[in-house]
Design a protein around this ligand. Structure first.
Ligand code: ARG
Length: 281
C-alpha cells in the first residue's frame, strides 16, 4: 500500500528482550557423512571453513544482542555436534541428558553431560527412552512442548514431566522434513509461538491453536528454509535470512528481525536453533 511505511503505527507493541544463556559448539568437524534426516545427502561437498564462519556469525549475533554464549569443545568424529540443541534439555537449572535415536550421534550425549556437570547443573542422567534435547523440547511460559514421531519417544515426555515438574504437552510430528519439533515451531515469548501447521497431526494442530490462539502460522515456503528453526528473546528474532514472509509477519507484530545465513549447516538439516542449546535458570 502506498504510504504504508510512513504511517505511524497507532499502537506500537514494545517488545522486551530477556537475556539468554546459550551453549554452542563450533562446526570445525562438521561434515555430512551419513543421512539421518531428509535434508542430508552423504558425501555432499561441505565447505567447513564457510560453516565455521557462518556459525561464528550466529554466535557473534547473539553476543551483540547481549546474550551470553558459552562454548562446548567439538569432538573429532562427531560431525553433527554443531547441533548443540540436541545434547540435553535444561530448565530451572536442571539438565536432562539426551539419549540419541541414532548411534552416529550417541557420543554427543556424554560430552554435553560432562560439560553441564562441570558447569554446576548436577548429575546429568539420560532419559530411559530416546530424547534429543531441545530438538524436540521447548519451553513456553510454564509449559514444555514436546515433539514425537521421528526422534524423541513419547515415553521420554512422561519422564521429563516427572523430572522437571513442568506440564509436558505431547505433539505429533508427521512430515519427515520436519523431524524435530524445533524445525516446525519456536516460542516467540512466554505466551505464544510461531509454527508450521503442516508438520503436525490434525489433533496436535488443534492443541496448538487452543493453547496459542494468537500463534503465528508460517508458510510451507518459510518452513522449507528452516524458518521455524529460529530463536526469539522476546524482542529480537534470529532467523534464517531466506524466511522472508515470516520475517515480514514478525516485523508486523513488533519483533526486531535479525537475519542470519547458515546455508552450509542446512546440508546437515539444521538452522540457528539447532546450533543453540539454551541453559535456562
Ligand atoms: N543432522 C542432525 C540430525 O539429523 C541435525 C540436527 C538438527 N538439530 C535440531 N535441533 N533440529 O540429527
Amino acid at each position: 500500500m502506498p504510504g504504508e511505511l510512513l504511517a505511524p503505527d497507532p499502537s506500537p507493541v514494545e517488545r522486551v528482550a530477556v537475556r539468554r544463556r546459550f551453549l554452542m559448539c563450533s562446526p570445525v568437524h562438521f561434515a555430512v557423512e551419513y543421512a539421518i534426516n531428509a535434508w542430508m545427502t552423504p558425501g555432499v561437498a561441505v565447505d567447513t571453513a564457510l560453516a565455521v564462519r557462518q556459525w561464528e556469525g550466529l554466535r557473534d549475533t547473539y553476543r551483540a544482542l547481549g546474550h551470553e554464549v558459552l562454548e562446548l569443545e567439538p569432538v573429532p568424529g562427531l560431525p553433527d555436534m554443531v547441533f548443540a540443541a540436541n545434547g540435553a534439555f535444561v530448565v530451572d537449572g536442571h539438565a536432562v541428558g539426551a539419549r540419541f535415536a541414532h548411534p552416529e550421534r550417541a557420543g554427543e550425549a556424554p560430552a554435553h553431560a560432562a560439560w553441564l556437570q562441570a558447569a554446576g547443573f548436577g548429575e546429568v542422567k539420560p532419559t530411559a527412552d530416546v530424547h534429543e534435547g531441545e530438538g524436540d523440547l521447548t519451553v513456553v511460559g510454564d509449559l514444555v512442548l514436546a515433539g514425537t514421531g521421528f526422534r524423541t519417544q513419547r515415553g521420554a515426555h512422561a519422564e521429563i514431566q516427572e523430572r522437571t515438574g513442568r506440564p509436558v504437552v505431547s505433539l505429533d510430528l508427521v512430515d519427515p522434513r520436519f523431524y524435530h519439533l524445533d524445525t516446525a515451531l519456536f516460542p516467540l515469548d512466554d505466551t505464544t509461538v510461531a509454527w508450521y501447521p503442516g508438520a503436525f497431526s490434525p489433533g496436535s494442530q488443534a492443541v496448538l491453536r487452543r493453547l496459542f490462539p494468537d500463534g503465528l502460522e508460517a508458510t510451507e515456503a518459510d518452513a522449507l528454509v528452516l524458518g521455524l528453526n529460529s530463536v526469539s528473546d522476546g524482542r529480537h528474532v534470529v532467523l534464517p535470512a531466506a524466511a522472508t514472509a515470516l520475517a515480514a509477519a514478525l516485523d508486523q507484530r513488533g519483533f526486531v528481525v535479525v537475519p542470519v545465513e547458515l546455508g552450509e549447516l542446512l546440508k546437515g538439516g539444521g538452522g540457528p536453533k539447532c546450533c543453540t542449546s539454551e541453559l535456562r535458570g
